[in-house]
Design a protein around this ligand. Sequence first.
Ligand code: NAD
Length: 543
Amino acid sequence: MTEAPPPLRGYARLRDPRLNKGTAFTEAERRAYGLEGLLPPAVTNIELQVARRHAEIANLDDDLQKYLVLTDLQARNETLFYAVLMSDPATYMPLVYTPTVGEACQKFAHIYREARGMYLPITARGRIRDVLGNWPQRDVRFIVVTDGERILGLGDLGAGGMGIPIGKLALYTACAGVPPQYCLPVVLDVGTNNAALLDDPLYLGLRQNRVRGAEYMEFVDEFVDAVQALYPKCCIQWEDFANHNAIPILARYRDKVCTFNDDIQGTAAVALAGILAAERITGMKITDQRLLFLGGGSAGTGIAELISQAMAREGMDIAEARRRNALFDINGLIVSSRTDLADFQKPFALDRPPVAHFVEAIKALRPTAIIGVSAVPKLFTHEVVAAMAEINRRPIIFPYSNPTSRSECSAEEAYRWSDGRAIFASGSPFPPVEIGGRHFVPGQGNNVYIFPAVGMAVFATEAARVTEDMFVVAARAVAEQVSDTDLATGLIYPPQSRILEASLYVAERVAACIFDQGLARVKRPADIAELIRARAYRPVYPE
Ligand code: NAD
């Protein structure tokens, strides 16, 4: 039998972020671990420590500075970091993730501090398993990986993209309780085509242009094989890959390993959740809806497919369901006579004459909902919203393009131009709106309602695969979490302040789906909610 290593003492204990309690070490612990004299004498509790950090951060007026304070805290005292995040998720989520993380990725090389996560350069091909084996944890259950090519709406940021897996994994923990010790952020560094980065002497990634084609795919294969060999229970979440890689990568692995792409599947599920919550306002069933998407790229086709699947689950023929999810892209309505369609757009092509203007498409198709995923601002004009309001008593208007500056319309425009009848949700947040004495609270279709909960369910059940059904179930569970009071103000997503409770409920429902589909690698418990709660991380100091 191997003996347990002696407990860390003195500075070694203070410098271990998982063991460090800072000023919350009790007097007995200070004596036991040789910490006396290394800390100021007063002993504080974690609530006071949270209040101290909260005041420090609130006093800063620059979000990147706030991000850095939180980053340093994560490196120093992980429990306190999560206690701070979980004490006020609505405030801290935008600091550890979008929008602040975007600036952090852009300036990554200039603000670099502590090592966190794994960098796998394509120059290490043939040795990826060895390199990945340098990660200190033996049991990794969740990897978020990017190749840095399409970071948020900011483009190719090369190795600077590491901020994304780090921030996203922090949300898996803070929003749904996935324990941080099982999480691993990864960058696949295949170079960058960003000339400014290549010219920057401080740039920290491989100084070469991006590798493409077969060599790229062989590298991704080697990474997936290494993960399977080292961490057989691990789920791989692909994040912020460019479309030309994201779609083929997901198709290549989704039936072989436990994996998903949040940009495609998480986005689709959160949009579906919005449509399902809107049902509770309009009284219309999902199979009564007709959707028209402005934008036919990865977000548009991903959402259209999941909504089609949800319609099919209600008994509708899948081809008919896809016809109810029409796409309109830069070249007009997607119809079968067009010769410029990508394979992933073809299932949605309508057998009807071309339509060049979006308003004309609204008049011709009479949609119940329009979803903007074009990344072009202001395309939901007064005329567009008015046309929707003329056809529908409660038109569903979802400008999903990010960031705020790209939104197809603002919340105020949607409410004003529809005489307050629009059911509105956007990709980026908008503040509440007062119109004619009425108070509207616009919802944000933020993937954070979906991916942490799916991650928690996968973790607790040790799921072998991630399926589309799991996202439909997650969307339905999110919609169920919206209260009648929220709906009365127009809010069709749960308030972000309740994200942990909402996510644990969603995780329970997704876990039930995983058991039903025979994909769990643990025994089905009598009480699935209890399984989720028992496995969920809480920011409490270790004894
Ligand atoms: P993409 O580049 O794959 O697709 C963009 C689509 O818009 C293309 O089909 C293009 O033809 C179309 N388009 C461009 N200009 C147009 C115009 N003037 N008129 C009509 N169509 C036009 O991009 P994507 O990855 O699908 O992302 C699109 C947007 O969706 C981005 O702004 C992104 O931030 C947003 N998005 C939001 C969420 C979310 O809120 N949860 C998630 C993912 C993506």
